[in-house]
Design a protein around this ligand. Structure first.
Ligand code: FMN
Length: 189
């Protein structure tokens, strides 16, 4: 699939078939992530690819995190809140969850560089998933349970979890495309 086609097709998939994803496909996705640009070519990322029992434990931690949704109940309304609690607990039944980490950084400039680098790698993950007929969703709600997740996955103390990516074969009825405003550039000559 041409890169522009993948860009057009990519969208956040939030409902998955439980079919396992072949390891070769995941490896291609990880290769794509490894090719992302990074500040000073630091390649600050390390990805924990969870399936099976580990994936189940990631789900348990995420379910605990839904208590934080109570903060948003007034803005969300009860129905949306209940839906969000269910969604974060199940992560759309995604058979694979990729936990994205970077080294902790006290310095603001270096933290920013690491965030941008991880973001670039995550976009490569999303596009490589799309190009292979898979679906994915980048999730930073994991922030609320990052310590629990780090303990579960035995992530070293000097790293922090930035996001998780739910991944699998899409199981969705035609999703309403998210509005993407095309008018985003100021052209200066
Ligand atoms: C930094 C970042 C954080 C996100 N966090 C979440 C999240 O916690 N939960 C979620 O359901 N979607 C999350 N998303 C997905 C966005 O909601 C989605 O990209 C946006 O609504 C546009 O829709 P699209 O991806 O289908 O084009 C996140 C996306 C990004 C880039």
């Amino acid at each position: 699939m041409d890169v522009f086609e993948a860009l057009e097709k990519r969208h956040s998939v939030r409902s998955f078939k439980t079919d396992p994803v072949p390891v070769e496909m995941i490896e291609r996705i990880m290769r794509a992530a490894s090719l992302a640009p990074s500040a000073m070519n630091e390649q600050p990322w390390r990805f924990y690819v969870t399936t099976g029992e580990t994936r189940r434990r990631v789900g348990e931690a995420m379910a605990q995190g839904t208590t934080h949704l109570e903060e948003f109940i007034d803005v969300m309304g009860a129905e949306l809140h209940a839906e969000a609690v269910r969604w974060y607990s199940e992560l759309g039944n995604a058979p694979v969850v990729i936990v994205c980490t970077m080294p902790k950084a006290a310095d603001e400039f270096w933290r920013m560089n690491k965030h941008l680098s991880i973001g670039a790698a995550i976009e490569n993950i999303l596009l490589a998933a799309t190009a292979q007929g898979l679906g994915a969703c980048n999730i930073t709600f994991s922030f609320y349970v990052r310590d629990e997740l780090a303990a579960t996955l035995e992530i070293p103390e000097d790293r922090t979890i930035i996001a998780i990516v739910a991944l699998g074969y899409p199981d969705e009825v035609q999703p309403a495309p998210a509005a993407h405003n095309p008018d985003i550039a100021v052209f200066l000559d």
